[in-house]
Design a binder for this molecule. Structure first.
Ligand SMILES: Nc1ncnc2c1ncn2[C@@H]1O[C@H](COP(=O)(O)OP(=O)(O)OP(=O)(O)O)[C@@H](O)[C@H]1O
Length: 264
């Protein structure tokens, strides 16, 4: 049951995703249903090649759905203009950024583009929001560094700050922990969890860090061969969802610790 302050930000109904050419349609996954609410951290997990990036690309309107509905703030995604979408949904991708010559402040300020005038002049309010985003991800000291001077972990924080500066209801991240060491994987996901609680934004991320996602997420979307399950981590564990995620020859999910273990 929802409380008075909870509302749905992103909803998928009977969604089918995949690739379509003139000759054929390849369904990657179908019958996808979920409702993401404000203030929630949601992890999207599943084996390599199962369709996580395909789902995220469909949700950010980069590729068309095959069928079903995607509703962003109760409006059909395909009917939202690109400029309006940029004020409702922000994206953090792992691909190398092309603008590494920019300073950290300048890169984060790009997040204000949907709100600035055509020359891109920043108002005092834009500058306050950019400084606030720097503070929210704990990197005010990096403000004047060039992006090419940053480590992968620092750059990831900058990209998250840029999304925060964009000030959208939902932030979607594709594998934000790739290239990071164990400490920084946990740091970034814990930071995302804190941001959902502090800002009441919805944050959806895909990851192979299933153990961390189980510990930190409010809800998870688990993509399997035959179905996509959406639920709280504790319910997913008790329903045995993680046990069937991978072939059983090498690793086994331990229900008590909520972790995968290598078979000896
Ligand atoms: N442009 C494309 N055209 C056709 N099929 C594609 C295309 N891109 C990906 N696929 C296929 O879609 C399926 C899902 O790929 P996707 O990249 O979404 O998986 P993933 O879960 O993100 O994988 P990983 O964890 O390895 O990144 C794969 O079988 C892949 O080969």
């Amino acid at each position: 049951m929802k409380t008075a302050n909870q509302h749905t930000i992103l909803k998928a109904e009977q969604l089918s995703i995949g690739y379509k050419t003139k000759k054929k349609e390849t369904v990657i996954s179908d019958n996808i249903n979920f409702e993401l609410e404000n203030g929630q951290l949601i992890g999207l997990v599943g084996a390599n090649g199962i369709g996580k990036s395909t789902l995220l690309r469909t949700l950010i309107s980069v590729q068309p759905k095959l069928s079903g509905n995607i509703l962003l703030n109760n409006q059909a995604l395909e009917s939202i203009s690109a400029s309006k979408l940029a004020t409702q949904l922000s994206i953090v991708l792992t691909e190398a950024i092309t603008s590494k010559n920019l300073s950290v402040f300048e890169l984060i300020a790009l997040g204000r583009q949907p709100y600035t005038n055509w020359i891109g002049n920043l108002s005092n309010e834009d500058i306050r929001i950019v400084n606030n985003a720097l503070a929210q991800v704990n990197i005010p000291d990096l403000k004047d560094k060039k992006c090419y001077e940053l480590s992968d972990g620092q750059l990831q924080k900058v990209m998250i700050a840029r999304a925060l500066a964009q000030d959208t209801d939902i932030i979607i991240l594709d594998e934000p922990t790739t290239h990071l060491d164990m400490y920084h994987k946990a740091y970034i996901l814990k930071l995302l969890q804190k941001l959902t609680k502090d800002t009441k934004k919805t944050i959806l991320f895909s990851s192979h860090e299933i153990d961390l996602a189980i510990q930190l997420c409010d809800k998870m979307i688990v993509m399997q061969k035959d179905s996509v399950v959406f639920d709280e981590p504790c319910n997913l564990i008790s329903n045995g969802v993680f046990e069937s995620l991978f072939p059983g020859d090498l690793i086994k999910f331990d229900n008590t610790s909520g972790c995968f273990r290598v078979k000896k």
